[in-house]
Design a protein around this ligand. Structure first.
Ligand code: DAH
Length: 339
């Protein structure tokens, strides 16, 4: 029995040594240590031994079992380590590979210029307000001193949504909404999209952007308007920029002006961009018409104000020397990636 035990142990040892994976090990465990396993079978034969022989033999069988158990545990640990090693080897990272370039988004040039404008005006004490893109005839024309039969309505080809509902043709509508909601002193700008049924070409788009400005307080004069707009033009275009005020007409201001700045392309010599004049028109402005103040419940005897409307698209195309306004709206990545 002793020899038999020794033989089983040897065979088990060899088999375990040669096992290649966990499932083979498990099969060997069952073969030798399981309920019907070979070592268990030997234990069962113990009944045939004399009572004196039994304890010594029992001990031997237990020792053999213990030895096989240890071998199995050792082999399992080894196999596990090998599998881990193999996995690590497969996962090695090649740190010499070039990194993947992550593309980050950036601001559209219109938004860059708008952010600059907002910074300039907020540093002068202006608040930024918002207004709706769908407006009523009342806010877009009527309260701005443009009655139904006024020829100024022909100056703007309007997208009407219903008889009294339209896409705003100017951010000036925000002036009225502001004066209805705030008491003077008022100092606001309102940037936003405006819409006109214009033919599309290099300088016209049915959607474009304006920044409306409005200041109302006691004792506001044309000097304040000039000071604010000159400061703004120099901040945007540089210290040496000359600013020219030309008399003009808008129904909601009196007197009205249009403001030109030195052409940034040619520095005032005259070129294709400024059509040879050396000047570029950037905005319309004026002193708020007494009728407009009155329509918002502000007494023109007590208060006065100025207003202006700046074309954001023109400012952007001149700053970045963009030759066609349509590029601003096409969202061609090749174009936008340049900014
Ligand atoms: N709303 C005018 C336009 O679209 C621009 C403008 C001119 C706005 C004079 C003003 C202003 O506030 O005072 O052409």
């Amino acid at each position: 029995m002793k020899q038999q035990l020794e033989a089983i142990r040897k065979m088990a040892e060899e088999a375990i040594q040669n096992a290649k994976d966990q499932s083979e090990i498990e099969a060997l465990r069952v073969k030798y240590l399981g309920k019907k396993g070979e070592l268990t079978a030997i234990l069962k034969q113990m009944g045939s031994l004399s009572p004196e022989e039994r304890p010594a033999m029992g001990q031997l069988v237990n020792l053999a079992k213990q030895a096989v158990e240890n071998l199995i545990a050792e082999k399992q640990a080894k196999l596990k380590a090998m599998a881990q090693q193999e996995k690590l080897q497969k996962e090695t990272i090649d740190i010499t590979l070039p990194a993947k370039v992550k593309k980050t988004g950036k601001l559209h040039p219109l938004n860059t210029v708008l952010d600059d404008m907002i910074n300039i005006f907020t540093s002068m004490g202006f608040d930024v307000v918002d207004g709706p893109e769908v407006e009523t005839d009342h806010y877009n024309f009527e309260c701005l001193n443009v009655p139904a039969d006024h020829p100024a309505r022909d100056m703007q080809d309007t997208f009407y949504l219903a008889e009294n509902l339209l896409l705003r043709t100017q951010t000036s509508a925000a002036q009225i909404r502001t004066m209805e909601n705030r008491k003077p002193p008022i100092r606001v700008i309102c940037p936003g999209r405006v819409f006109r049924a214009d033919e599309v070409d290099a300088t016209h788009s049915p959607v474009f952007h304006q920044i409306e400005g409005l200041v109302v307080d006691k004792g506001i004069t044309m000097c304040d308007l000039k000071g604010v707009l000159e400061e703004f033009a120099r901040e945007i275009y540089g210290k040496d920029t000359a600013v020219k005020f030309r008399p003009s007409f808008f129904p909601f201001t009196e007197p009205s002006v249009e403001v030109d700045v030195t052409c940034s392309e040619c520095g005032g010599k005259g070129c294709r961009v400024c059509k040879g004049s050396g000047w570029i028109e950037i905005l319309g402005a004026g002193m708020v018409h007494p009728n407009v103040l009155r329509s918002c419940g502000i007494d023109p005897e007590e208060y006065s104000g100025f207003a202006f409307g700046i074309g954001l698209d023109r400012l952007t195309t001149t700053r970045y020397k963009i030759s066609d306004i349509r590029l601003l709206f096409e969202n061609d990545k090749r174009f936008l990636d340049q900014f």
